[in-house]
Structures are given as C-alpha cells and as structure tokens.
Design a protein. Structure first.
Length: 316
C-alpha cells in the first residue's frame, strides 16, 4: 500500500493543480494550498506514519515472504540507534530477523553486529535448525564462542548432570510350607547353606544309624547284649532325628521371609536426557515367577532286580 501511495501522490498533485490555479484568483490561493496538502498526505504517507509495533508486524510478513531488502528497510529504524519497540521479546525477535536477512544478503559484518547485540541480551539464544541453514547456525555458535572467550558474554551456569544408578533386584517369593520339610529343606530354601548342610548331614546320620541297626537285626538276628545295643541304637537314631527335625522346623520359621532378594545388580544408568540433574536411583525388581521355594518330590523306585524303594528329589 505505501508503494501505491507513492505513485498516486504525484498524480494527485498533477490532477488537482489546474483546479487550484483556476480558483486561486477568487480565493487567494487557498484551494491550491489545500490540494497540495491533500496530495502530499496521499503521496508520502508520512503524516499517517505507522507505530513501531505495526512496522514490526510488516517486518514479520516481509521476512516470511523472504523479502530481505524490505525486512532491512523496516526493522533497521526500529533497532538503530536505539530500540523503539516496547517489549524485549520484540527487540530480540527483530534482531533475529534482521541479522538473518543480512546473512542471506551476504553482509556478514551486519550479521555479526546484530547477533552480537542479541547474544549480549540473551547469551543462551539458539537458532532453530529447522528454519535456518546449518551454516548460519554454525556461524552463530562460532560467534558465541568468541564472545565467551573475550568475556563479552557469560553463559548461564547449568547444574552438573549426575549419572543415575540402576539397581536390578531379583525377588523370590517363598512358600511357608517348605519350612516343615526335613533334611534342612527350609534352610536351603532360604539360601542358608551352612545350616542347611548341618541339618542335612546330622539327620542323615541319625537315619543311617536307625536304618543300620534295623538292618543288622534283620540280617544277623542277634541275641543278648548285641540285640539290646542294636535296639538302643535304632531308637536313639530315630529320636535324635525327630529332635533335629523339630529344631530345623523352628529355625526355618524363625528366619522365614515371604519375599527374598536373591540377586542384586548395580549398573550406571544413562546420562544426559535420560539422567537427572540431581541424580536418579532407578530400581527394577524382577519376580522370579511365583512361589520359587524348594519343591520336594517322592516317587517310587522299582529296581530291575526286584524290590521296592522310595526316591526323594528336591528343586529350589
């Protein structure tokens, strides 16, 4: 619209000039002066000048249409010698557009001048790489580094990123009924290997003594003191086994835990955006899959040569 008014202005003067001259003798030139004033108003547009905000919006449109000469014409008066825009955000935005326009016009001196002022007001300013070419973004970073080295600007301090720690735990859910198993079954289920081995060996020794005494009596059929000693050994073995079994059950219930950590791993977690500025402690608990306590199986044994026996197997 301003370009159209520039064209219409002189035409208006030419069109109204005869009318003014014709009426000048009668009205003392008043009509001529009025015609010239109207023509000047229509031609120059200076009487109805735009506000800085309106001129800023015109600069925005020119930048979006890539009319960089027009951007320089509109935005330079808003920033030099002093900014006339009311908001700081508008000043920063105008410098961004103006500096980019100088860059595309290959005026690197003005480009550096505008972005130096912009970085002085906002040292952490970044160009959007989606809208601006990589070369411009890199030149801005080079300029920022130079200004930091010269101590013209100071970048905002950022809290150090502490690496996070990932703790992975494998949880075993214990079955309380495993505590009543003989031969240290409860202790083995709780991974108390020392006590489990103690109850296993002692109870097996008692069962061995009981079974050995019974087998001796069955095969040898002793009499007198030998028979009495065998009977005593047999009952002592089974009695001691019962005492040890009761002790093992009570000990198993005393140390029983429904959930038990059977494995724990600590690994450094990812830094950067995956980490935390104050550090993260990430926990990952893995259930071992239901009740994973000891399972005992009793199955019949049928030897090839004849006879019957019992087999005892356990899994943890």
């Amino acid at each position: 619209m301003p370009d159209l008014m520039v064209v219409l202005g002189p035409l208006s003067i030419i069109a109204l000039l005869p009318f003014g001259l014709y009426n000048a003798p009668m009205r003392g030139g008043g009509t001529l002066l009025m015609a010239v004033a109207v023509a000047c108003c229509l031609g120059t547009g200076e009487v109805c000048a735009q506000t800085p905000v309106e001129q800023f919006e015109l600069g925005r449109n020119a930048f979006h249409y890539q009319d960089y000469d027009r951007v320089i014409e509109l935005l330079s008066p808003l920033l030099e010698p002093e900014p006339t825009l009311p908001a700081k955000e508008q000043v920063l935005q105008a410098r961004e557009w103006l500096g980019a326009s100088f860059w595309w016009k290959k005026d690197k001196v003005q480009f550096r001048q505008q972005y130096t002022k912009l970085l002085q007001e906002d040292p952490d300013f970044q160009l959007d790489p989606f809208f601006y070419p990589p070369e411009m973004v890199q030149e801005l970073e080079d300029l920022r580094n130079q200004l930091v080295e010269l101590k013209v600007i100071t970048l905002a301090r950022k809290d150090p990123v502490e690496p996070s720690v990932v703790i992975e735990r494998t949880i075993k859910v214990n079955n309380p009924w495993v505590n009543i198993l003989p031969l240290g079954g409860g202790q083995f289920a709780q991974r108390r290997w020392g006590k489990g081995a103690l109850f296993l060996s002692s109870q097996l020794a008692c069962l061995g003594a009981n079974g050995g005494a019974w087998l001796y009596m069955y095969l040898e059929n002793p009499t007198g003191d030998a028979r009495a000693a065998a009977i005593t050994t047999m009952y002592a073995g089974i009695g001691t086994f019962a005492a040890l079994y009761l002790w093992g059950v009570l000990d198993s219930f005393a140390g029983f835990e429904r959930e038990q950590v059977i494995e724990e791993k600590q690994e450094p977690g990812p830094g950067g955006e995956a980490g935390s500025r104050n550090g993260n402690l990430l926990r990952k608990e893995v259930d071992s899959g239901g009740d994973s306590a000891s399972i005992w199986h009793v199955s019949p044994l049928l030897p090839p040569g004849g006879g019957v026996g019992l087999g005892l197997t356990t899994t943890f």
